[in-house]
Design a protein around this ligand. Structure first.
Ligand code: ZN
Length: 248
């Protein structure tokens, strides 16, 4: 933290917006800029952005050491993310850094690493309606939301979603086509908090939706570290009480 504010880094592979005009029209400055803008409106974050094509993907050790919460958006370029950077991010999550994985980041190297499952799901891009139901109304990530909110046009992500049983299922989405999906789930890994949130397909203006923006802000506040582990040690220790060492 810096000046009492939470340091957030928003990472984006930044591919669709540069390669396809129809996506650039939705997110002219990139999805990372839209997510950063939503967070900046809240006023209690220092927000920076990083993209795949930057040296070390913009995630140097120094950047990560100064990041309280990392947002991750990726889709087509998961395979281009270096394993060394994934190791680095995983270590920081275990130390206490928050990690928010958005939409197609369900298949990102870092999310799969943290979940240790296949993370596959069903999908359909028919611009149908999504109704996001709040399953945990008392959860900090759901603060300020109603019983549900709707996204007029979305990409359907459906069950079965191959993830470990979440600590909390904060949201379940229903889609016009009939499927349902655990669209907002939380985990803890080491000292770090992880939130996966599925809305956010690149061709729809989902990160401008007021309720979605509220979720991004709530998630960043929730995932901010409470304690940090900086030493990775596994010590052999003397007993607290006098005992006989029967192994000798
Ligand atoms: Zn998508």
């Amino acid at each position: 933290m810096n000046n009492g504010k939470i340091n957030v880094t928003v990472w984006n592979e930044y591919w669709h917006e540069q390669s396809e005009e129809r996506i650039r029209k939705v997110y002219p400055e990139g999805i990372h800029a839209a997510v950063a803008a939503a967070l900046n409106e809240a006023g209690n974050f220092n927000v920076t952005t990083a993209t795949l094509d930057m040296p070390e993907h913009g995630l140097t050790q120094e950047v990560l050491d100064n990041t309280d919460v990392l947002f991750w958006w990726g889709h087509c370029k998961h395979g281009d993310v270096s394993d060394e950077i994934v190791d680095r991010v995983q270590k920081r999550v275990i130390e206490g850094m928050g990690l928010i994985c958005l939409h197609s980041a369900h298949f990102s190297k870092i999310f799969k690493r943290m979940m240790a499952t296949d993370c596959s799901l069903k999908w359909r891009e028919w611009a149908e309606k999504e109704r996001v139901w709040v399953i945990e109304p008392g959860h900090p990530i759901a603060q300020g939301l109603g019983e549900y909110f709707e996204i007029e046009q979305c990409e359907m992500y459906g069950e079965h979603f191959d993830i470990p049983t979440p600590d909390k299922v904060v949201f379940i989405s229903w889609y016009e086509g009939g499927e349902v999906f655990r669209s907002g789930v939380t985990y803890e890994r080491g000292r770090g908090r992880i939130f996966y949130f599925s809305p956010g397909h690149e061709s729809f203006p989902i990160y401008y939706n007021e309720n979605v923006k509220k979720v991004l802000v709530n998630a960043a506040n929730w995932a901010a570290p409470r304690t940090q582990l900086r030493e990775h040690i596994c010590p052999c220790v003397e007993p607290l009480e006098p005992i006989e060492n029967k192994a000798k």
